[in-house]
Design a protein around this ligand. Structure first.
Ligand code: ADP
Length: 603
């Protein structure tokens, strides 16, 4: 079993050892469906063959010197019954097939989504969103098409081959000669066809993912694309990808065009007729036998013709299944430790000789420090020193490589991930808001349990209430995409509201890049000051004012903790701190000058 950060209790367990087994286990989730479909196919093919044989018998009756007309009437009624039976059973069978296909699509999509939610941050960093989307939409849909009409047609084809053969044997055993020869050549040609088609369909799915990923990237990064006037380049790359996709399609078309079984069928049909006539002339067969036989041979055209589509649908489905399964099975680094400790924490943080890297290059080296519950620890250092990385180890966005991170004296890995993360809030520099209402955004961490009053209360504490009320829709204002765009300061206050509502014991506040630029700056500072109160806080900051809030300051340089202590202690003892502090002061002075020159900017 893979490591996962998220599971649901009643998840259905599928066999994931190979794409075929996986597909099969999805089908077997509804065991009655394949049985019903199978019986339906037996019914339709049996009744169809019966109708054809009855037609032949009717011919013999008419040609006989003493035709029994009443018997012929019964025969024609029986023939009608057989053919209408085919229609009725077909209807029911198609309903089952469709139901199975839709359920399978839904189940696979759910399975994939749950698995994506359970993957580690490291995993998601590796993925390209567009490719994941292609798999989650297109490949999953391909599963649906594989069942309906793909597998359903193959099923039907098999029975529409087998049952007419039995009927032919019933007419006369010798007549099996041509159809069996035909089937042998059909099987050979089909195999060859599939071998040729397989790599092309795989490449086609792959290329679709690549094209989609690139497009998604260009669109989500549209600001950069436009800003650097790279539209032409993006267009060229898209054109190139689209061309590759088209070429593969054309290649697929070539393979399909060279489909031999239909040619074989034409030859077989002629041979069958010759054979039947020879037997007729030899007195072995009656006219009716010849007609039944030719009718039954005609039935074989259906599986021959339809296999051109059905097999490629199944190939595409399997290729899609493989890609979905790759994603579901991809190694994830973190485990949710569902049975771990789940209890309220006080908020004591200890780093013991912590070493960490993302991909080999050490980013944090033997870091040790201690924060008592409620303390504010400021982290300072140059960009890239590892400040954000350090804070991400607390809520296990990543796990340490060496050493330990302890909360209340217990290794973070011993907590249940859900319990741990629900008691730690992070306010990042880059605040992500969902395209939902402001109220929903604020209540995000409270899992829908917050009332409107609580949401408003949190927003008031974060000094967000006033600007929210200025929007015509207030708390129901939709953010992003088709809604309003918020400024950095507003986003920050929404994030602070979010944190007030979840009321975490540990707070991580990454305030390193927000510019000192506005009239509402003061409100944000006050909101921050208030949210820190009574919580253990790791505060990444460049601001002198905020550094003064801290009980202790950690000075990071290239992943090493070079000094820690209070502001005064560090000023006295640490050369590195004095340098950083001098630079921050210079930054603030120049920022203050900028503000003075551009006074009317709104937060
Ligand atoms: P700071 O917050 O001090 O600016 P960071 O912790 O963001 O520093 O980054 C420290 C180093 O880790 C940088 O060299 C950065 O390139 C690298 N880094 C940050 N995030 C990742 C990531 N997700 N994958 C790989 N390297 C990363």
């Amino acid at each position: 079993m893979n490591k996962r950060e998220f599971t649901v209790a009643d998840e259905y367990i599928y066999n994931r050892r190979s794409p075929l087994r996986w597909i099969w286990s999805h089908i077997l989730r509804y065991p009655l469906m394949p049985i019903a479909i199978f019986l339906g196919n037996i019914g339709t093919s049996g009744l169809y063959s019966l109708g054809t044989v009855l037609t032949g018998i009717a011919f013999d009756m008419i040609l006989a010197p003493d035709t029994d007309w009443s018997q012929l009437l019964w025969l024609s009624l029986a023939t009608m019954g057989a053919f209408s039976g085919v229609g009725i059973i077909d209807l029911a069978k198609l309903a089952f097939v469709e139901l199975l296909a839709q359920r399978m699509e839904r189940d696979a999509r759910e399975e994939l989504y749950i698995s994506l939610l359970g993957k580690s941050q490291t995993f998601h960093n590796r993925q390209r969103v567009g490719d994941v989307m292609a798999r989650a939409t297109n490949d999953v849909q391909q599963l649906n098409l594989m069942i309906s009409p793909g597998i359903s047609l193959i099923f039907e084809s098999a029975l529409f081959t087998l049952v007419p053969l039995i009927a032919i044997a019933y007419v006369h055993l010798d007549l099996l000669l041509v159809p069996l020869l035909f089937l042998a050549s059909f099987a050979w040609a089909l195999r060859r066809y599939n071998d040729e088609l397989n790599p092309v369909t795989g490449a086609l799915r792959e290329q679709f993912g690549v094209t989609n990923a690139r497009l998604a990237e260009a669109i989500s990064g549209i600001e950069v694309v436009k800003g650097y006037a790279q539209e032409m380049k993006e267009r060229q790359i898209f054109g190139l990808n689209a061309r590759r996709y088209r070429d593969l399609f054309v290649q697929e078309g070539w393979v399909k065009a060279r489909y031999l079984p239909l040619l074989f069928f034409g030859v077989a049909f002629g041979l069958a007729f010759a054979h039947a006539l020879a037997l007729f002339l030899g007195g072995v067969l009656s006219v009716g036998d010849v007609i039944s036989y030719m009718g039954l041979i005609g039935v074989l055209r259906f599986p021959t013709f339809i296999s051109l589509f059905s097999f490629s649908l199944v190939q595409l489905g399997i290729a899609g299944a493989e890609r979905i399964l790759d994603l579901i099975k991809a190694e994830s680094e973190l485990d949710e430790n569902a049975d771990g400790l789940a209890r309220p924490i006080a908020g004591e943080i200890t780093f013991e000789n912590v070493t960490f890297d993302y991909d080999g290059e050490p980013i944090l080296k033997r870091i040790s420090f201690h924060a008592r519950p409620g303390e504010t620890i400021a982290i300072v250092g140059q960009t890239g020193a590892g400040k954000s990385t350090l804070t991400r180890l607390v809520n296990r966005t990543y796990d340490v490589r060496e050493g330990r991170v302890l909360i209340d004296g217990i290794d973070v890995r011993d907590y249940s991930l859900q319990s741990l993360r629900s008691q730690i809030s992070t306010i990042e520099q880059d605040i992500f808001l969902f395209s939902r209402t402001l109220a929903e955004n604020i209540a995000f961490g409270a899992a829908g349990a917050a009332t409107r009053d609580q949401i408003e209360q949190a927003a008031r504490e974060a000094h967000a209430h006033d600007f929210i009320m200025k929007f015509p829709d207030g708390y129901d204002t939709v953010v992003g995409e088709r809604g309003v765009t918020l400024s950095g300061g507003q986003r920050q206050r929404i994030a602070i509201s979010r944190a007030f509502l979840t009321d975490p014991r540990i707070l991580i506040l990454d305030d390193s890049t927000s510019a000192i630029d506005s009239a509402t700056e003061d409100q944000i500072q006050r909101a921050m000051r208030r949210i820190l109160h009574g919580r253990t806080t790791l505060l990444i900051t460049h601001r002198i004012s905020q550094i003064r809030w801290a009980d202790r300051i950690l000075v990071l340089r290239q992943g090493e903790l070079v000094a820690q202590g209070s502001h005064d202690e560090l000023m006295a003892s640490s050369e590195a701190y004095r340098r950083i502090f001098a630079r921050y002061t210079a930054d603030e002075d120049s920022a203050a000058r900028d503000v003075a020159l551009a006074p009317a900017q709104q937060a």
